[in-house]
Design a protein around this ligand. Structure first.
Ligand code: PMP
Length: 316
């Protein structure tokens, strides 16, 4: 019986595939010194009946990386098609047979002192690692409103996944964990709801979905866009993208996080107040189940979102 390989020992780094332990920057590299990197997180779901990985909405992630690079005067020197081909080859070389996380990074790659973005070359790395649930998606999360504020567009633009910006995320998540919560919701400087620590969020109120608008210092999440499409097209729900007040969190019927890592994760309490009945809501549960069918290439209407990578299991 062929054995599944779950090793992840090849990385794409500075234009070639190398053993992962050779994909190294130094402690003097600009990206390490100043957090000058942009990254993406992409999931590739293992679909056993097809012996293939389903890269979910990979092109959208690479498009986001390329357009956000422009904010930081960085340049992605590969096309989306090239990045998809590289990711496909990376997965085929590593041949995981489990749900996998793909991490592309565009980074300032020179040993230069001085925080600036111009005149420093950019490099790309792409790695893959096994990844199960990032937050519990079954139990209903207990979250708080963070005492930290979300970064703002004219400080470190949160619509880009900038490495250094994740110090903000780390403060938000760590405070929540230290205080016994699973995660946190963060507000904008002017006190409206932005998003979760590393995920977007939706409220359900009177059968309608509500989510903070893209001008609320959120990452313009690909899962958020997916949920909007599924809610409208499959469940016929109305979706409002707008400013959300903090107290709407306490009066919602349902609440859930969504993101590549978080997937669809229902939240059942905020600041010790139950959300709705305090149990996982029915629309959250339906959207979660639909989401997993879609990402695993089970729904014909959305198969274009899944780039299937057949995995040949090495015979040992
Ligand atoms: N917000 C933040 C801050 C995140 O880090 C993430 C994870 N990438 C998300 C939202 C969700 O975005 P996506 O659905 O594109 O993964």
């Amino acid at each position: 019986m062929p054995q599944a390989s779950t090793s992840h020992n090849v990385a794409f780094f500075r234009g070639q595939f190398v053993p992962e332990n050779e994909a190294c920057i130094t402690v003097k590299t600009h990206a390490f010194l100043y957090g000058t990197s942009l990254f993406e997180g992409i999931r590739a779901y293992w679909v056993p009946e097809q012996q293939a990985l389903s890269i979910f909405r990979g092109p959208e992630h690479f498009e986001r990386l390329g357009s956000n690079a422009n904010i930081f005067s960085m340049h992605l020197s590969y096309t989306v098609d090239e990045l998809m081909a590289i990711t496909t080859e990376l997965l085929q070389r590593n041949a995981p047979t489990t749900d996998t996380y793909v991490r592309p990074t565009l980074f300032k790659d020179a040993e230069v002192i001085g925080p600036k973005l111009v005149g420093i070359p950019d490099s790309v790395s792409i790695t893959s690692s096994p990844l199960g649930a990032y937050v519990d998606i079954d139990k209903g999360l207990s979250v708080c409103v963070s005492s930290w504020r979300r970064l703002s567009d004219n400080a470190i633009p949160p619509r880009a996944k900038a490495g250094g910006a994740y110090m903000n995320t780390a403060l938000i998540k760590s405070e929540a964990l230290n205080n016994g919560y699973d995660d946190a919701i963060v507000l904008t400087e002017d006190g409206n709801v932005s998003e979760g620590s590393a995920m977007n969020l939706f409220l359900v109120r009177n059968g309608k979905l509500i989510t903070p608008a893209i001008t609320e210092n959120i990452l313009e999440g690909i899962t958020r866009a997916t949920i909007i499409t599924l809610a409208q097209q499959e469940l016929g729900l109305e979706v409002e993208e707008r400013k959300v007040n903090r107290t709407e969190l306490y009066t919602a019927d349902e609440l859930f996080f969504c993101g590549t890592g978080a997937q669809v994760a229902p939240v059942t309490s905020v600041d010790k107040r139950p959300v709705g009945s305090g149990a996982i809501g029915s629309l959250s549960a339906r959207l979660q189940s639909l989401y997993f069918d879609v990402v695993k290439n089970q729904v014909p209407r959305y198969q274009a979102w899944c780039h299937m990578v057949p995995i040949t299991v090495p015979v040992v």
